[in-house]
Design a protein around this ligand. Structure first.
Ligand code: TRP
Ligand code: ZN
Length: 476
């Protein structure tokens, strides 16, 4: 679990990403660039996320990130060029990218240099002559500096974390703006190519597949390719000393595992379970949505929590089996089927937590029913906030990693299973993953999908009490 801190945010405004929002935006201290543009309207500084109003940007849709980066742990300096290919979804006189810290050296759109300005996490770009609705464009940002960690509303640390021998980039929910400019909201997924240059002897490990490794003049460049859509919050970059193991699952899926040498011996047994977990997960959740799997294991103090970074989750220290199952299950639920907003977080964490229960049930541990019953009767002894709010309505951004999202979210899934029986339940789980594969979905999509798959059942009680209702629901 993510440790919770005291920081809370309240009164989150919903932004309207058009010019009339300018005055409101200024009042809301977002300080987006306001004023009349050359052509069209301003893209706007957010996509209207109920919990992270400044995350993402309006007016365009990214299709590809091409990141060329260099990092040296001795100086902690990152320098990079981000080439972001996107399509305008309205006429644009200006648009924003999210970027926190770092210095911007230049911005070009297509072949032309563009005017730009910064305010907080918003990098506002004014392409010469504006952009037309539907136009595909490439914005290239050259930047450098010492990237910094970010403290989440829940008190945990993400963004750019320095580790014992390098660095680790973690992006949930908003950390990726600490290391590259982008449309940092889960609703805008894209493919990625990264080329990362580090001092010889160190490695750069990221998502997707390693496509090249070249050493020249004491520096090594690693190139990584992610073809499948990826939300930027599950993009990662790990720089440091790593022992690399490249194997394959029985089905032939590449497994790329990078382990800090200090953790290599201790994590061998845990990581040897990856093929078995993948096989179990495919059997239960349906075809794996990506082209490779694996893990990144750093030292215990390098990060505060595990994260389901796409293809290869990150673990601070040796993962236990439940955590491994949890992060691999997120590849289906979270990374392939991605929430439309941060309020839909239970769709990630409820499924990943329920995957742990199912694993236990299938491997000689407690049945999911027993786990459910124990939580229902005594859950608040362990998770004192278990009944604080309904899974689909966290009270604020500070609470999206609470047990009311994780454990109570899993309980919602178990209530559905109790109602429809195992056959239909697994149909729903696999069908849900298939229906929104590589896409985005929200709670309404989910409840509608469940109702469609089990037309004879009445789910209104489950939705009202378990998903949206305050307090501890009646057992039945
Ligand atoms: N998603 C992570 C997991 O459960 C936990 C996590 C890390 C998280 N950072 C977060 C959850 C920020 C919510 C918000 O595997
Ligand atoms: Zn999780």
């Amino acid at each position: 679990m993510v440790p919770r801190g005291p920081h809370r945010i309240t009164g989150v405004p919903r932004s309207v990403p058009v010019a009339p929002a300018c005055a409101a935006a200024l009042l809301a201290v977002a300080l987006t660039a306001c004023g009349s543009g050359a052509h069209g309207t301003l893209g706007g500084f957010g996509v209207g996320d109920p919990f992270f109003p400044k995350a993402g940007n309006g007016g365009y849709d990214v299709t590809h990130y091409g990141l060329t980066l260099a990092y040296d742990p001795r100086t902690s300096r990152l320098s990079g060029t981000a080439a972001v290919t996107a399509r305008a979804t309205q006429d644009l006189s200006a648009f924003d990218l999210d970027l926190r810290g770092l210095d911007v050296q230049s911005v070009t759109v297509g072949d032309h240099s563009a005017r730009w300005e910064r305010a907080g996490q918003e990098l506002t770009v004014r392409p010469r002559g504006g952009l037309d609705d539907g136009e595909t464009f490439r914005v290239t940002v050259r930047y450098s500096g010492v990237p910094e960690p970010i403290t989440d509303p829940d008190g945990s640390r993400e963004g750019w974390l320095r580790t014992a021998d390098g660095a680790l980039a973690l992006g949930e929910p908003t950390g990726s703006m600490a290391w590259f400019p982008g449309n940092h909201h889960p609703s805008d997924k894209a493919s990625y190519d990264l080329a990362v240059t580090v001092p010889q002897g160190l490695r750069a490990v990221s998502n997707g597949e390693l496509t090249g490794e070249r050493t020249k003049a004491g520096r090594t460049t690693y190139t990584w390719h992610t073809a499948e859509p990826m939300a930027s919050y599950v993009a990662t970059l790990a720089v440091g000393r790593y022992d690399i193991t490249r194997t394959a699952t029985p089905a032939g899926l590449p497994v790329y595992v990078a382990v800090d040498p200090a953790k290599a011996a201790a994590s061998k047994e845990a990581l040897a379970q990856i093929p078995k977990v993948m096989e179990w997960a495919e059997y239960n959740f349906g075809p794996y949505p990506f082209s490779s799997t694996g893990a990144i294991v750093d030292r215990d103090a390098d990060a505060e929590y595990a994260l389901e970074t796409q293809n290869r989750p990150v673990f601070p220290g040796v993962p236990d089996t439940e955590t491994l199952v949890h992060e691999l299950a997120h590849q289906w639920f979270g990374n392939s089927v991605t929430p439309k907003t941060w309020r839909d977080m239970w769709l990630n964490e409820g499924f990943a937590t329920y995957a742990e229960w199912l694993w236990d049930e299938d491997h000689g541990g407690d049945s999911a029913q027993k786990t459910f019953d124990a939580l229902y009767d005594h859950g608040d002894d362990t998770y004192e906030d278990l009944w604080d709010f309904p899974p689909a309505r966290p009270t604020s951004a500070a609470h999206i990693s609470d047990s009311a999202v994780y454990q109570r979210g899993a309980m919602v899934l178990h209530r559905i299973r109790q109602t429809v029986g195992d056959d239909t339940f697994y149909d729903i789980v696999q069908g849900w993953a298939a229906a929104h594969r590589h896409g985005n979905a929200d709670t309404d999509d989910f409840t509608a999908y469940v109702e469609k798959k089990a037309p004879g059942e009445d789910f209104s009680g489950i939705w009202e009490e378990w998903l949206y209702g305050d307090g501890k629901p009646a057992k039945d």
